[in-house]
Structures are given as structure tokens and as C-alpha cells.
Design a protein around this ligand. Sequence first.
Ligand code: ADP
Ligand code: MG
Length: 570
Amino acid sequence: AVHTETHGFQTEVKQLLSLMAHSLYSNKEVFLRELVSNAADAADKLRFKALSNSELFENDGNLRVRLVIDKDNKTLTISDNGIGMSRDDVIEHLGTIAKSGTKAFFSQLSGDQAKDSQLIGQFGVGFYSAFIVADKVTVETRAAGEDSNRGVRWESDGDGSFTVADIEKTGRGTDVILHLREGEEEFLDDWRLRSIIGKYSDHISIAVEMWKDGEPEQTDEEGNVTAAATDGEWEQVNKATALWTRAKGDISDEEYQEFYKHISHDWQDALAWSHNKVEGNQEYTSLLYVPAKAPFDLYNREQSHGLKLYVQRVFIMDDAEQFMPTYLRFVKGVLDSNDLPLNVSREILQDNKVTAQLRKACTKRVLSMLEQMAKNDADKYQGFWKEFGNVLKEGPAEDYGNREQIAGLLRFASTHNDSDAQTVSLSDYLERMKEGQDKIYYITADSYAAASHSPHLEIFRKKGIEVLLMWERVDEWLMNHLSDFQDKQFVSVTKGELDLGELDDEETKKAQEEAKEALKPLLERVQTALGDEVKEVRLTHRLTSTPSCVVAGEHDMSTQMIKLMRAAGQ
Ligand code: ADP
Ligand code: MG
């Protein structure tokens, strides 16, 4: 090997490797899922690139991954003939963690292993999981279309650095050679490996092969040949049919979950999914998942998101964000279209009629999946709401057409429960409205405590009228885009002249009129004293025990919004 260099791992990789070495996962076999998943991705990428340059197949278009056991040397090799990597690719992909926000994520690690392993679970470790079972990993790879002398060998014992050297490699693709740790010999067992592959890798679209020895010649007692010797052969050990192309009824929940982990790089089960095959005007299959836990970078706007796009079963791209609105960016899944051209690019997708239709359809699928969940399993929906509720609240602003449906999915805290649990739906609220009430009352504040103790609520509590309590940063934004629900207007209890309409009885109204006359001189004095500091001083009936409060004008920004804008530097 020539031109050998030693590189240090990125700090975050070092942290990750040391966490794993301390047996982070009780479920060690998942390393195989990760490595086979990478091989399948490499096959997908090659098929895609070969659409425009078939020479990349080097006359071998039969893409597969092979497991090779070497008991003498205690190695297990995962070998693919996919896209392969150049020297630069190797240094970048097998020395760093590319995801943006990684640094911030790792800075949250506490050093407490139990806590950290929880955290790392939502991160996903991919290739580096090789070190769960290996104390040395060698990767030999060559990029498709390159000469055989452009091979690269990467090697590391996971201790902080790795070496890279140029090698000769005839076969295209990547071999990952695991030098198994003492005590991990079970991963040299043929049957053990077959069962792991069956468990995790049936649904991926590439064949996983293992060598099956031939039989020697069989003879009877007289020495007559009863069966000729057979050759050994590579045998496919997984189903290798892309999961979404199979009939729903033939797919088990476990298979759906495994497929989810393959496409999402999540280590945990998904919360729900929706699998649909559509024929007719548009022809497509979608398989959309809602994760159970928010990724660490949910609020990182640069983080890629979107669906895995296939056209007529050929992989086209990851993270096709055109098919999901931003407020549903947590959704993972696959979209396989028969209507888009195979040479589709991000630019073509951007401004395309088919894209727009698919986006609309996928959005509807997700919204109705969430509606079903809310209806059939309120606890599960609460779990969803906790993780993703604040993202969904971006919906009414972004997706005007679906705002009523999105509004139906929102959950709030309210004075009805006197707790900060966000469990009240707008339909719940409507059902509990008082006789004569035709508005949905809400308050936004800095915190739950500030909202629930606001003097603005006094009159509502006294009259037994429910008020929705909001204190998340996004709530103000939400309420600016949500004017009504089922024809009932939203009214902030902190804004403008409070007209309780039918809810005020005649006697109260009369008393209020009298008070207005009697207190006129007082109001004038206060107005003079405060001068330009305020727009207007007026009498209110909304307070029952607090003497006065500041309110925003009906058409002005609320005090909460002003704070928000200031915080944003405007
Ligand atoms: P992820 O699969 O989530 O991107 P991994 O840690 O599993 O993360 O892999 C990191 C990167 O290394 C991959 O994105 C890919 O670019 C590269 N890689 C890993 N395994 C292979 C392989 N068998 N063939 C080609 N590239 C690979
Ligand atoms: Mg991976």
C-alpha cells in the first residue's frame, strides 16, 4: 500500500466510538443491519448514476451484497458492488459525522452512560456501529468507473485515528472487514447470520448472499455413485423485494418497523405509518411514517428532511423535500411515482405539476393518519403531540388550504383542566361552550404560570367560560394565522374592548353603564397623568379583583408579539 496517511477522527466521532466500546447496545447484532443498509444505499446510488452513464456498471449490473466468514482469522466481511468511495469520500464519510447540528447534540452528553445511551439512541450511529463487535475495522473500496489502481484502504482500531492508503482493487464497491472482538465469535456462525439477515434485511431491494458449500460425491456400499458432487454456490438469504411494492396484507408490523429503521436511520420504532398504492390518473405508492421521537435537529432549519424518492422503483434521491410541507418535516418515508421522468432532478421537481399533486396527496395522507391516531388512541396521540406539536402549529400559516383540518389536530392547555397538559382539542372546547357563547377565547403569555395567573382571566373564571392557555414561542405566530374554527372566531382575552355579547346579562349591562358615567372623571385624570405613554385609558369589566391592567389595541400587535419581535432583533 502506498501513500499511507493517518487522520484523527472528528471529536464527535471519538465520543461516539468510546460510548459504543462501553457496550452501549444490548442488541449487538444491529451492526449488521447498519452495514447491509449502507450496502443497499450504495447499490441505489449506483443504479441512479448509471441511468445517465451505464458504463459505471462495468459490465456487472447484478448488484448484491455478500457476507464472507473467515473462521481462521476471525473476520466477517460485508462486501458490496455498489457505488464505492474515492479517497476523499472515505476521509469525509468515515471520519466525521456529516449531520449538521452534531456538535450541539454531542455537547449535551453528560458522561452518565445510562443517560447518554438514551440520547444517542435518537442519533443513530450507522457505519461506526461496526465497532460494537469489532476491535479493528478495515474498509477496502473503489468507486464505480475508476481504474483498479484507484482503490483505497481505510483502517482503524477505533481509538481516535484511522489510516488511509492507496490500493489495487479489481472489483468495484466496498468491502467492510470486521476483525471480531474476543467473545463475538457468534457472528462467525452461518445460521446466526442468516437469521439476523432474515430479521433485519428482508425488505431491502438488494440481494444479500452467503456461500453455500457443495456436497461431495455420494456412493453406496459397492462404490457406485448415487449422487454426483455439487459445486458450492452463492445463495440469496433475504427476500430482496422492496417493501413498499408488496401487498399491505403480506407485510407484518415488524417488517414495517425494520424498513422504517432502514430509511430513517432511526434506532427506535416508528409511532405510526400509512401505506398506499394509488392507480388511475396518478400512479404512485407512498409509505409514510411518523417517528416516535423528535430528532435532535428538528428545529435546525438547514437540516435535510423529506421523502426518499423512487421513480418506477428506481431510487432517485434522498430527502426530496418537495413532497412534504415544512410543518410535516418530521415525516419519513418513501414515494415511488410512475408519472415522473427517470431523469428528474431537484430543479425539475421544484416547478412541476406532478410534484404539486403528489405533495397535496402526501400531505392529506399524513393529516388523516394523525386524525385516525387522535381518534383511536388518545394516549398515543399525546405522545405525538409532545414531540411534534410545536412543529404542527406552523401548519395554519404555511398551509392555508388545510388550516381547518390542522386546527382540529391542535391540542391546548385550558382553564378547564387547570394544568399545563396540552390535551384540549378545539372540538372539546366547542362542546363545552356556554349558552350564548360564540367566540373561542385564548390567552398567550411567556409561561404557563403567566398565562394561568393572568388578571385577564378573572371575569372568565367567574363566569365559568373556558379560555385556552398558550405560552409556546410559536403560539403567537399560530394565532396570527388562525382566525376561526368551525365558524367560531378566536378572540384574545388580552386585546381590545372585551365584548362578552350574549354572555352579559341585562342587569350587569345596566350596572356597567352607570359605573361608566360615575368613573368618567377618574379616567380623565389618569389619562392626563399618563399622557402619551398610553393610547387610551378605559373602564373595563374584565377584572374582578385586580384594579387595572395593560391591554393591546384590537388591531395592534399583542404585548407577547412585541416581545417576540424584540427578541428576534426587530
Ligand atoms: P448514513 O448511512 O446515515 O449516511 P453511515 O454512518 O451509515 O451514515 O455512513 C456514512 C457514509 O459513509 C454514507 O452516507 C456513505 O456516504 C458512506 N458509506 C458507508 N458505507 C458505504 C458503502 N458500503 N458504500 C459506499 N459508501 C458507503
Ligand atoms: Mg447508514
